[in-house]
Design a protein around this ligand. Sequence first.
Ligand code: NAD
Ligand SMILES: O=C(O)C1=N[C@H](C(=O)O)CCC1
Length: 250
Amino acid sequence: MSKLRVAVLGAKGRIGSEAVRAVEAAEDMELVAALGRGDKLETLTETGAQVAVELTTPDSVMANLEFCVGHGIHAVVGTTGWTDERLARLNGWLSAAPETGVLIAPNFSIGAVLNMKFAQIAAPYFESVEVIELHHPKKVDAPSGTATRTAQLIASARAEAGAAPAPDATETALDGARGADVDGIPVHSVRLRGLLAHQEVLLGGEGETLTIRHDSLHHSSFMPGILLGARRVVSTPGLTFGLEHFLDLN
Ligand SMILES: NC(=O)c1ccc[n+]([C@@H]2O[C@H](COP(=O)([O-])OP(=O)(O)OC[C@H]3O[C@@H](n4cnc5c(N)ncnc54)[C@H](O)[C@@H]3O)[C@@H](O)[C@H]2O)c1
Ligand SMILES: O=C(O)C1=N[C@H](C(=O)O)CCC1
């Protein structure tokens, strides 16, 4: 059987360099290109890449995806910075390339996907919910893509269940003291040397709390999800948002 022809964009970065090693080690894949900032995207077509693994920066991801989708190259995207406006532009490109698939995964680690899922399930049952994400100090965006997605899932689960807003008597606060507001859910971002990627969802009710915590201790935690994404995206046209859809968790 022929091997899946995979390229990595952001190949010299923290997660990209790990992805290069993971693709090289996968028996059913061939690494056909490993591109860094400034390398020409035409290499993707010249090398016959079928899937591009996009692990760059929020300022680069859109141009890379426009090229990939425009050339019928499927994409597995871990880069953060997704807004409704960006998703609409991507969907516009995909509507002109109906056989092309793009997976955007706010987090590729199974534990983080389950953290999001468990939080979504628990959210309607508690009066209070807040999210704390903790990352390495080189991270350029806050809140993390994972925390943003988690808060969105919590907010929609609570809205669907008709849950009341969380109690909060704060009258005066320093800017930022109550975190960022993502769809009404407070999200707090910690940047700390020694950490990689961690998240706690705190839920509180009468006389009890529930804490759902996940820790990524090494970039290897993201690799099985990236490889799964590459295998599945080639037969999943259109936009898939969240690895849970490829794990049959929905
Ligand atoms: N979804 C996940 O599971 C997951 C996990 C870890 C990181 N991330 C995200 O992945 C992104 C990268 O994270 P990182 O820690 O590796 O950052 P990083 O800064 O270490 O790596 C990004 C790399 O992309 C390169 N780059 C920038 N523009 C480029 C372009 N146009 N073409 C090719 N390469 C380009 C940079 O030079 C750099 O080497 C971030 O958005 C981060 O939040 C997602
Ligand atoms: O290290 C990062 O940067 C990470 N980014 C993603 C996010 O913003 O959620 C996933 C976890 C690691």
